[in-house]
Design a binder for this molecule. Sequence first.
Ligand code: CTP
Ligand code: CA
Ligand code: CA
Length: 678
Amino acid sequence: MSSSPPRFFRDSSPAGAPGLKRSQFTYRQLSQLASYNASSSPLRVIAHIDLDCFYAQAEMIRLGTPEDQPLAVQQWQGLIAVNYPAREFGIGRHCNVTEAKKLCPKLIHQHVATWREGDVKWAYHDDAAANMATHKVSLDSYRLESRKIMAVIKAELPPQLQRVEKAGIDEVFLDLSAHVHTILLERFPELAKPPPYDDPTEKLPRPSIYALDWQADALVDLDDEHTEIDDPDWDDVAILIGSEIVRDIRRAIRDKLGYTCAAGIANNKMLSKLGSAHKKPNQQTVIRPRAIQHFLSDFKFTKIRNLGGKLGEQISQTFSTEAVKDLLPVSVEQLKLKLGGDTGIWVYNTIRGIDPSEVNARTQIKSMLSAKSFRPSINTFEQATKWLRIFAADIFSRLVEEGVLENKRRPRTINLHHRHGAQTRSRQGPIPQGRQIDEETLFDLAKNLLGQIVLESRVWPCANLSLSVGGFEEGVTGNMGIGAFLLKGDEARALKAGPHTSMADDGNELHPVEKRRRMDNGGIQRFFSKRELSQGANRELGFNDAAIKCNSNGSGGTLGSPVNEMVSGEVEKKESVLSVSEEQANRHEHPFTAFMCSRCNAKFESAEEHQSHQDWHFAKDLHDQERVNSAFVTRNHQANDASSSSRPGSQKTGAAADSKRRGRPKKTERGQSKLTFG
Ligand code: CTP
Ligand code: CA
Ligand code: CA
């Protein structure tokens, strides 16, 4: 700034007493805190909150179970959530019910709610485990609890200053920066004064003695001997205010709903998530900026978000190590050389705890899927129709959550996939715009699509049915414009002709044609595209990052394994626009097919169609994966016993992980703070 004084004057600028050390932060950096300026605010405060053994707690609260009663949530013969008292007995998600009962005879094992074939509402059925063929898992009760928890979190934050990202069924990221900024100015009026010489690049005064006192007060629960409290700067103060807010939120969740949760508070998403997983249950970990390197260097980099899969593998092979500390001496040039430009830089920053990614207030769901695999297969249109009714009800209840009733968002297309032996058929059609979507409409559309498939050729027995809606668009709230009532082009044609069918020239299936802006194939995107694509589904299903690993590795080998159940979930896609063009509708007149799916031999005319078909397989694999991760973890565990690090979900779910967690030194790391309550 031209008006600012020469540098040498700054040491004696008026905001601080002469000779007093200045903060390392500037007035500008402080004000950036108020504007959620992710990349340029070193003071920002991000928290990650994750519910303890979520489904298990939900069942304990529903059933009024005493807190010390071991309880697990059962899905068929497997366990999908285990409370902490039960974990004391060595029970984990790897156990089946019989094994778990042996370890702890007094264990309560509550089966998840299910939809029973033909029913119109899910319920808790005592005989569900014995009737896998006629029941389908419903996670609705947990979604409902999840929504209540979200509401409590939001109610604890000032309406204008909240930025909350739901990152899974039981976890959120919070950007507390603006809220913390307000509190900072209230508590430390010296910060509210204009900068010396009106120069925002001036350094702030150092936190006062009062700040130190405040820290001691605020951290009564802290294990002080392991905490750096000397010489604090504003980043420490900011993060400790953040930790105070998080403690209040956790207390409110506990008081109002009865749930305990773990939390991490740091200056970015990646660190806050590592923080919440660090000490469980019912604890929060503060990772102060000056403790980041120490905190991270003990980690395997494969434990870091986005480094669990293919990329992590490539790095560990290239540099013959999995330890963060071994990678730290590697120069950015070398990382760029070995991993590619963007990736090299990203890895260089990540292992140093640098993550500028933003907390996204709203994660848009791009499609929803409800499916069931049949063992034994089903044989009649009537049987299939009963399941379609359930799928329609299931999807509709989630659409309501997405705000279809208020016309906030609505899907434009509906797809039905049908598997008969090795052959999969699919049909898709538009969802009529201009009138309210209801369960009945979805059901009628689905039945119509099934009718189309059934007419084609031999379709029974059917081993799998899956219904999905997609092509979400923002609705018009308030008065609907006339456009909303008019059907355009293909949509109108398709509706006139009944549900649109996509057929390959050879009569084989063709999958929904979804035009998706292709992601950059090069650079770091190639490692993330699938993972990002998967996250919506995984989030809603409550998978952690590790559970996605298998898919992001591209193994996708679950199709051949026994399929018993798929729960429904949302598939979030980047930039997905669904368009059904006339050309595509008439594809059977264009026998040229340049692209073929290596998994099911379906043929496609363009790379985009081929890609969207792969997306469909991918979404489906996720659902199969869910089954592998939950109901059949036992089988997986036995097969993979020694290689738990590559087992999906092993990062947070296996007994190995649990015992590792238990086995961690009790000592709080230098610079880390642990707060407990309740
Ligand atoms: N979940 C699942 N299958 C997985 C992973 C998670 O069904 N492979 C469900 C669990 O039932 C769980 C919820 O998603 O309750 C949240 O998962 P996560 O946070 O990973 O585990 P928790 O059970 O909540 O246990 P923790 O206390 O370790 O967070
Ligand atoms: Ca959890
Ligand atoms: Ca979680």
